[in-house]
Design a protein around this ligand. Structure first.
Ligand SMILES: Cc1cc2nc3c(=O)[nH]c(=O)nc-3n(C[C@H](O)[C@H](O)[C@H](O)COP(=O)(O)O)c2cc1C
Length: 173
């Protein structure tokens, strides 16, 4: 199985276990790296070309504006060639109940039909929200599995949940 881990993650101020703190490495990035380390998969960061604000409040406002405007942010790095991959793990934070819009840019910029997609969502209480059905809509012809949901502030201690999800879904090289 050839696996790509594609992740979106936001550093800076974040809502973390009930309060706002500054994080140097995003929660989802930590989880994505665990999956990469466990599987030997290739990894790609889905990053908007124009960075989000540093403060949590402004980032939420920017995310709401992108969501309500149906914006597809331009990506900072060229799309990877997804053709060779059988499985794509897409890791992202729950933003306003669904995926950050850059994840939609990513999904709509390539043909994922025939591939298995494994959503991995970090969140602070809402689980994966509407994100799995959003991903299904953006990746026609792909098999989009149920999400692995990780509370973002537990990202350092989620090894067991990650290992179980990978084993349950037989995600290995
Ligand atoms: C713009 C924004 C919107 C968010 N919306 C939600 C939400 O609707 N539900 C939720 O449970 N968490 C929400 N969160 C919290 C994040 O999903 C959570 O902290 C996540 O682990 C952040 O991952 P990251 O550090 O990789 O960006 C939001 C965070 C941000 C910055």
């Amino acid at each position: 199985m050839k696996i790509l881990v594609a992740y979106f993650s936001h550093k800076g101020e974040n809502y973390f276990g009930g309060r706002i703190i500054r994080i140097e490495k995003g929660n989802t990035e930590k989880v994505a790296e665990k999956i990469r380390n466990a599987t030997g998969a290739d990894i790609y960061e889905i990053r908007s070309a124009s960075p989000y604000p540093e403060t949590y409040k402004e980032t939420v406002a920017a995310a709401v504006a992108e969501l309500s405007g149906g914006v597809r942010p331009v990506l900072a790095s060229p799309m990877p060639d997804v053709k060779p991959y059988d499985a794509v793990v897409i890791a992202y934070p729950n933003w306003c109940g669904t995926v950050p819009m850059a994840v939609l840019t990513f999904l709509e910029s390539a043909d994922f039909s025939g591939k298995k997609i494994y959503p991995v969502c970090t969140h602070e209480g809402s689980g994966a929200g509407r994100s799995v059905s959003t991903i299904r809509g953006a990746a026609p012809g792909a098999t989009v599995n149920e999400a692995l949901e990780i509370v973002g502030s537990n990202a350092d201690k989620c090894d067991l949940a990650v290992t179980e999800y990978l084993r349950e879904h037989k995600i290995s090289l």
